[in-house]
Every structure is written in C-alpha cells, then in structure tokens.
Design a protein around this ligand. Structure first.
Ligand SMILES: [Zn+2]
Length: 231
C-alpha cells in the first residue's frame, strides 16, 4: 500500500492532537523508510517482476526486518518509546505505536502472500493489488478520508499551512498514479534509491505541522504547550 499509509497518518491527528503530522507520517511509513536502506545494504531483497500483480511489479523476496509483524512490533515500541521520552504524551505515543503496526495490516491487505509474521515464518497477503481498480479505489478512499479528517482536525495558521497541505496530498496522488501507470523501475537499486524519497514526506509533514494547529478540544488545550505560552 502507498496512499493508505498517509491516509491513516493524517487521520490519526484527530485522536492524537499533539504529535506533528511529520511524526505521524514517520510512524505510518517507518518500515517503508527503513526498507530501501535494508535493500541497499543487501539485508532485504526485492525483484522487479512486471505483471506479478496488477497494481505493482514488486516481488518482495525477503524483507522480515522491516515487514514482519514481529519487527513491526519492535519498530513500534522503539518509535513510540522515543516519542514518549521526548514529549511525555501517552496518548500520542500509543497512537504512534498503532500507526507503525497499521503499516503491516495495510500491507497484508494489499500484497500477495509475502508478509511474514517473523523472519522465516509462513507469509500472509490478501492480494488487493491483484485488482487495479480495487487498489486505486481503496488507496484514494484512504487518502481522501485521511486528508478530510486532518483538515477538520487542524486549522491553517497561514498560507503555507493551507497550500502546503493541499500540495502534499496532490503530490502523493500524482506519485501513486505515476507508479501504477508508468513504466516499472529500471533496477532494484534505482527502486531503492527512489524509495528513499519517502523521507521527504516526513520532512514535509513537519513543515505542514508547524503551519497548522490542532483545532482546540478542551482536553488538547490543557495538554498542549501553546497553552503555557498563551496563559
Ligand atoms: Zn510497506
């Protein structure tokens, strides 16, 4: 899955008002951010096999350190633990852990049976990617719902907050359509290098987060730092 991960990250801002959108994107995308590094180091393996599924030519031969449920749980506790240590926000930390794990669930829904539970385990996958129309419908539904929820849960402070956010959503949609309808990547290395570009969306999320603010619920206000500066 691609757009769906960003959709759940944006939606999470409604229930986790304190983390930046960048942190939420980092959580939902964490294992896809580490995956190209693992591929470039030779620790995980992918083949490009056009036609292997209707929506993606990627054959994930071996990727247990990023995409097994076991390692998903380890990455989730690492990121949520680091966030909690820095921000002392229990709710945010719990949702960050849930977002990291949501990556595994969404990938099980979309991939062929290539998602391990632990390194060397039997592999799961419901194969949404075998249908191009269904893949596109689900990806855009999740992106659209997430963007809508995020736009209601936050308010732009300025033009960057308004237009930067819209551009973020449109750029994701354009990249997804290009990957589905464009030619397959020329090589596994080229694929891994371009996949590193996913980190740009983490940075972009932090940028948007600085230019939007959570719509205040009483609960969020008493807990946010802004309250201290306002009062
Ligand atoms: Zn993934």
């Amino acid at each position: 899955m691609f757009l769906g991960h960003f959709g759940v990250a944006m939606a999470a801002q409604r229930v986790a008002p304190l983390p930046s959108l960048g942190t939420l994107v980092l959580a939902a995308q964490l294992v896809d951010g580490i995956w190209p590094i693992m591929v470039l180091m030779g620790l995980e393996k992918v083949h490009i096999t056009p036609g292997i599924t209707a929506a993606s030519p990627l054959d994930f031969v071996w990727y247990p350190y990023t995409h097994s449920l076991l390692f998903g749980a380890l990455w989730a506790s690492a990121l949520a633990g680091a966030y909690y240590a820095m921000r002392r926000d229990r709710t945010g930390a719990a949702w960050i852990a849930a977002l990291v794990l949501s990556h595994w669930v969404l990938d099980v829904i979309s991939h062929r049976p290539d998602m391990p539970l632990w390194p060397g385990s039997p592999r799961l996958g419901l194969g949404l990617w075998n249908s191009l129309p269904a893949s596109i419908a689900v990806e855009f539904a999740l992106l659209g719902a997430g963007a809508w929820i995020y736009s209601r849960a936050t308010r732009a402070r300025d033009a960057i907050g308004r237009w930067g956010f819209r551009a973020f959503v449109l750029t994701l949609a354009a990249i997804y359509l290009a990957s589905v309808f464009g030619p397959p990547p020329p090589s596994e290395r080229a694929l891994a290098w371009s996949a590193l570009g996913g980190w740009l969306f983490v940075a972009w999320g932090y940028w948007i987060g600085r230019h939007r603010k959570a719509r205040a619920s009483a609960w969020a206000i008493t807990r946010s730092r802004e309250w201290h500066t306002l009062s």
